[in-house]
Each structure stands twice: as C-alpha cells, then as structure tokens.
Design a protein. Sequence first.
Length: 162
Amino acid sequence: MDGLNRFNALLFQTAEQAVILFMGIIALVIPYEVFGRYVLGDMPMWSGEVATYSLVWVSMLGGAVGLRKGVQVGVDIAYAKLPAHWAAQIRLVGALFMLLFLSVMITVGLQQTVDNWRQISPALGLPMALPYLALPVGFCLMWLFTLEQTLAGLAGLKRGRR
C-alpha cells in the first residue's frame, strides 16, 4: 500500500504541474486570440486548437487532481445518518462501482485514441490521438487514486472489526 501511495503522490504532483502548465497556455492563448480577432482583424489558425486541446487536458487531469484531493461533488448527509460501519461499507461499494466505471472509460478512451491516430488536426497538423489521449490518461489517474482510497477504506474496515 505504501508503494501505491508514493506512486500516486508522484502522479498527483505531475498532474498538478501539468494542469498549471495547460492553464497557463489557455491564459496566454485566449487573450492573444481575442486581440488578434478584434484588434488586428486576423486570428491565428492554431490558437483555437491549442486552447481547445489544453482545455481537454486540463479537464481530465484536473478531474483526477480533484478526485485525489476529495473535492468531488457528493451528498454526504445520508452517510451522516448511518452508523459508521454501514456508511463505510456503502462507501466501499460506491468505490467499487467507480473502479468499474473508470475501467470502462479507460478502455473506451484508449479505443478513441487508437481510432483517431491517423486523423490529423487541421491547424497544428498533430495526430488527433494526442488530445484524445487525455481521456485514458485522466481516467487511469482517477482509477489509481480511487484504488488508493478504496484500499485505505478496506484497511479502515478491517481495523474496525478487531
């Protein structure tokens, strides 16, 4: 479990840095695009793709970062009304469903990435697999972070039984 925690901590830091990088790109490119469109009367072709692809990566990596930080939306009032042991078991079942869902999304994301490998973006000339790669990468990070939380929850349940 310690190895998974250390590995996830490294992935988390890397994802946080990537989110900062892509947000910085968006913060620079969008005003440049607006300036070009409305002041210069000419918008660069590449700017829209760079902003869109950066947003895709920010969304997927940011979702994973938020998941590990525990800031995802949830309704915890039901858990508060249950005995602690039952609440922990229900959370565990929810986590198992989440792992299943994320497994499906990783598979679908990988398929989309492979299917779009030969398609080229019109402005940048990049393989469309690069923006699509954000899907399996983001969902894989979410899966690993959820696995870490699930294993910690299981350990807590075992300690509670003793």
